[in-house]
Design a protein around this ligand. Sequence first.
Ligand code: C2E
Ligand code: MG
Ligand code: MG
Ligand code: MG
Length: 289
Amino acid sequence: RLGKLEGVGVRCYSQNDSQAAMRRLELVPAIRTHISNDAFHLVYQPKLDLQTLVPMGCEALLRWPQNAGEVVPVTQFIEVAENSRQIVPLTRWVVETLLAQEAEWQKKGRPRNMALNLSACLFQDRNFIAGLKDLLSSSSGYFNIECEITETALLGNEDRALALVSELVDSGATLAIDDFGTGYSSLAYLQSLRASVLKIDKSFVSHIQESPGNQVIVRSTLNMAHELGMTVVAEGVETIEDEQFLRAHGCDLAQGYLYARPLALPDLDNWLAARESKGGQPLGYNTYC
Ligand code: C2E
Ligand code: MG
Ligand code: MG
Ligand code: MG
């Protein structure tokens, strides 16, 4: 009898597993409190035009509250938020916080493309998407809002999710496929998504010189995406060699530690000012798609 049970859905829990589970459970009320206290932070990582190195836009990334006494990695609290449905109010907070800054970004002449991340599960939620569309329609139009979703986001529940994505695009948002290359999507699927931006995952980009295989993947992704009329962003650009390779192969935009880590607003302003005075390049006031 026991022999039969072996290996059939049997999992051994270690002390560490249960500690991690407890920890996740503790995060649920903390996330709720931080949302209602307006205590989360956003940081902004610039994206640059690879030919001119002009900053064209930013990706907004969530951070755990600074004064919460501990630091919880974003991937960890996002996962907890997704599993506890708090991803809905949390993402609402992100969108509202961004839109409330629009006038200030315009006044300071910060780049206009504003990307945010949307979890896959949000596309199972018709009400959330309707609310998001309402929020976006209150935008003054300075931001070109770009919604980043991972390519596997919608697999499994395609028709309904695709319809919701389509509604979002119709309402004026740009759709970007995040972490491209790490999932299993087909070209047909990519096309049906109506995405106009493709972000190549950093695992193919960072230190590309050391991996001939990654060079092939990046080159063919660029060809494919451009033939489909998409704008391509490389994430995880860390070295000058990465930049040179991407530029030589016609990649449109770059994002990575070579230029800037995700920055708090005052640091972003200093970074933008330093770039403008150094290169004499004007900021990218125009949107790229
Ligand atoms: P992502 O959307 O793919 O964001 C890019 C991640 O790569 C960021 O990590 C960024 O800091 C990191 N990165 C950028 N350049 C480099 C580089 O040159 N080298 C390396 N090693 N890393 C680089 P971060 O901020 O820790 O975010 C991790 C993930 O958490 C994001 O990946 C995204 O999936 C998720 N996330 C962050 N904010 C949100 C949010 O507001 N909503 C949702 N649903 N997910 C979010
Ligand atoms: Mg992203
Ligand atoms: Mg990514
Ligand atoms: Mg990622």
